[in-house]
Structures are given as C-alpha cells and as structure tokens.
Design a protein around this ligand. Structure first.
Ligand SMILES: Cc1cc2nc3c(=O)[nH]c(=O)nc-3n(C[C@H](O)[C@H](O)[C@H](O)COP(=O)(O)OP(=O)(O)OC[C@H]3O[C@@H](n4cnc5c(N)ncnc54)[C@H](O)[C@@H]3O)c2cc1C
Length: 405
C-alpha cells in the first residue's frame, strides 16, 4: 500500500510532522527510524531535562539566536513560533515551565515526559512507527517514491519528509535526489588554549564582554564565561562558537579571544585603580583588589600573568604597571588553538542548502513531494531551546503544506 507520507527519521522533527500531518487528515503516515529507539536525542537533551523551546516570543529577537537560517526562519516563525510550540505541547497534556533565563522545560524536568507525550499522541492518532528501519535508498516512481529499507524491505509514499538530523545518511539521501549540501561542521563547543595562566581558576563563572577574532573577522558577545582547566566555556563561549563555527573550522580552530573581565571602560578602571592605590597604599596588590566582581583566585592569576610581584604594594605601583593592569582587565588576549569538548548541547552547522527549499512549504524546489525539516537543513541555533524550536516549526509547516496539496 502506498502511504500518504513516509517520514525518514524518528526524532523531534519527524514526530511533530507525523502528528500534524495525520491530524490534518493525511490517511497513512509512517515514521521509519534507523535505530532501535525513537527520540533518542530528546532523551539526552538539556542534561536529561529537554529544553524544548524558549520564552523569546518576539520573532525579530527570536531569529537572532540562529547563526544560520535566520532570514528563512522569519516567515516560518510567523506561522508557528515559540508561543505556538508552548501551547501545542500543553494542549497535548505536557505541563511546561519557563526558567528565569527564558528556557522552557517540562514541569517534571524529565525529557522522558516529552517522549511519552510525543509517542502517545502519535500512537493514538494512528501514526505507524517502524524502528530498526534505516532508509538506504530512495527512488522516484510515477506515484511518488519508493524507499529501500535495510533488510530489503520497501515502502512506497506519495510524499516523503527527510528529518534525519545531523546523521550523514540523510544528507546522502538528499544528494541522491539532486540536493546540494553545505559542508557540515560542529557548532556549540568550548575553546581550548595552551595558555595555562588561568588553570587555577577552573570552575569560576563571570559576566564578561568578549571579542573573538578568527581570520581577521571579529565576533563580539557579552555574558557568562566559565573558566575550565583547558580553556573557556559557558553561554558566551558557546554562542561565539556557533556564530564563528564555519570560520573557526576553516582556520583549524585557531583564533584570539579578548576578554573584558569587568565590562567597564578604561577611564572607569583607571579612576578606580587610582582611588584604591590612594586609600590602600600599604596593602599587597595580589591580596587586595578594587573590583568585587572579580574572584580572588582570578585576580591573583591575572596579576601574576602580567608579572606583578607577589609582595608589591599598591603604593609602589608604577604608571607602567598600572597601564598593564588596565590592559589585562579590559582586553586580556588568549590564543585559542583547538575545539574543546561540547557543552550540554551540540548541533551540526551545515546540511541541505537553503536555496533549494521553498520556505512557504518546506518542499524541495528540485524534487516534488520531497520535504525537509529539522537539523538536516543548513539551519542551527544557539543553546536555549532554539534548536528544537526550529525542528517543531519546520516540521509543522511541512506537514501543513502536505495536507493541503
Ligand atoms: C547532547 C545534546 C543535547 C541537546 N540538548 C538540546 C536542548 O536541550 N534543546 C535544544 O533545542 N536542542 C538540543 N540539542 C539539539 C537537538 O537535539 C537537535 O537539534 C534535534 O534533536 C534535531 O532534531 P531532528 O529531528 O532534526 O533530528 P534527530 O533528533 O537527530 O533525529 C533524527 C533521527 O533520524 C534517524 N535517522 C538518521 N538517518 C536515518 C535513515 N537513513 N533512516 C532512518 N532513520 C534515520 C536518527 O537515528 C534519528 O533518530 C541537543 C543535542 C545534543 C547532542
């Protein structure tokens, strides 16, 4: 029997598309999942809590969280955005909560509840899910498509949706149907440095301003930075890694990270140093600091890195040394030489080229009846629930477009 829709990949996008399509009247909707378990990435996401969207309700702000795909997402989010995703899950019985930083999680803090919700709704609506069904080949037929599944099983479909995430097989299938691929590279990672001057500060988190320079291109950002024993991580670094992902990859992960540890300007820092020197002349610089926001451990490490003697008193600080402190606090530079381990989240930047997709429908401009959703596309977001949001949105739009075909 030929299905109205066969979905390749049982992840977030695949389930959203299947449920939406069947509830819109498509008669037979099938999900083919290559592994033995569906929604595996949902399970491990958000440290097991699944950060499934964000309370950034304003579309012009929302798209700023996507280093790739922002322009195309404007139209898509006008139809199904964070508000709609939030309401969609709650209407399916999944209670959600919004954390202070805007991230949305299930109230239970368990990604299993997101899986239970999606699988139960799919099952009750009549979606057929086949696991261990890795799609190897797709051929075009008169009525639509014929899919070869590992083990020599065939499925036929009028429409197909490729929602294979970052897995290379999905990109191979897309290429076989005439699509071009923007080379996939990792996004959302921490930075490693050979500079060992901050090793003793591992674990410290601080709000900072940063400028990352890669191949002469500058990326500026502000936010919490986490010092690790290998380098730098935390939200601001993950965001920088996302926006510079391709450039860093091409530059073999070499770059320069400048940190303004105080988020202050030179005049403010100079006058604070002068006043402190005047009032605390007898104190040792390494042990007494004018800036409360800088933890003791970090202050000592920074001062030692610019050769401030561990017995030097504030009264004896020379003009030259003062200027060195100003530079160290406001524009200390670290050479990044490799990609560190990933944070909680990891996505692929790159995928099916956006020029070949009709963003009103998510249908291929090259092959009629072929649709795409989720991470398989050259769209990715920063951490905060934005990657899942793009999955829900693109899948919802694709499923609606098929339903009115
Ligand atoms: C550790 C981790 C934590 C994350 N946490 C978050 C988070 O909290 N919030 C957030 O927004 N994002 C998070 N992400 C990113 C998010 O998980 C992905 O963006 C999202 O899962 C992509 O969904 P998808 O449906 O496009 O692809 P996937 O979820 O990857 O699903 C694709 C499915 O297709 C199957 N498949 C592949 N090829 C074939 C084939 N040929 N035949 C059949 N099946 C196939 C795969 O087995 C897989 O099950 C996290 C990612 C990681 C790795």
């Amino acid at each position: 029997m030929i299905s109205d829709l066969v979905i390749i990949g049982g992840g977030a996008s695949g389930f959203m598309a299947a449920i939406t399509a069947i509830s819109n009247g498509l008669r037979s909707v099938v999900i083919l999942e290559g592994t033995s378990k569906v929604l595996e990435k949902v399970r491990i996401s958000g440290g097991g809590r699944c950060n499934l969207t964000n309370s950034c309700w304003d579309i012009s702000n929302l798209v700023r969280n996507y280093p790739r795909g922002a322009k195309q997402l404007i139209g898509l989010f006008n139809r199904f955005s964070t508000v709609e995703a939030f309401d969609w899950f709650e209407s399916k019985g999944l209670s959600l909560k919004i954390e202070k930083d805007g991230r949305v999680f299930p109230s239970s803090d368990s990604s299993q509840d997101v899986i239970k919700c999606l699988t139960a709704v799919a099952r009750n609506s009549g979606v057929k899910v086949f696991t261990n069904s890795h799609v190897q080949k797709i051929s075009i037929t008169e009525e639509g498509f014929k899919l070869l599944v590992k083990g020599k099983k065939y499925f036929e479909a009028k429409n197909i949706l490729i929602s294979t995430g970052g897995h290379p097989s999905g990109r191979r299938l897309a290429t076989s149907l005439g699509h071009s691929i923007i080379q996939p590279v990792p996004s959302l990672f921490s930075f490693s440095t050979h500079d060992s001057s901050l090793k003793s500060c591992s674990g410290i988190t601080l709000d900072v301003q940063t400028i990352l320079t890669v191949n002469k291109k500058k990326y500026k950002d502000k936010g919490p930075l986490l010092l690790t024993h290998k380098g730098f991580s935390g939200p601001v670094v993950l965001r920088l890694s996302a926006f510079s992902a391709r450039n860093l990859y091409e530059n073999k992960y070499n770059g320069e990270l400048r940190i303004n540890w105080l988020c202050m300007n030179e005049a403010e820092v100079r006058s604070k140093l002068d006043l402190y020197k005047f009032e605390n002349g007898k104190q040792i610089i390494l042990n007494h600091k004018p800036f409360n926001q800088i933890p003791k451990r970090l202050w000592r490490a920074l001062m030692l890195s610019i050769n401030i003697d561990n017995q030097l008193k504030w009264a004896d600080l020379t003009k030259y040394q003062k200027e060195s402190i100003v530079r160290c606090l406001l524009m200390k530079s670290y050479l990044i030489n490799s990609r560190g381990p990933f944070g909680e989240e990891f996505v692929t930047a790159g995928g099916v080229s956006l020029n070949e997709i009709n963003f009103k429908t998510m249908e291929s401009k090259i092959c009629e009846g072929l649709f795409f959703a989720g991470e398989v596309l050259d769209i990715d977001g920063i951490t905060g629930g934005f990657n899942f949001q793009h999955c829900w949105t693109s899948a919802w739009v694709a499923a609606n477009a098929m339903s009115i075909k």
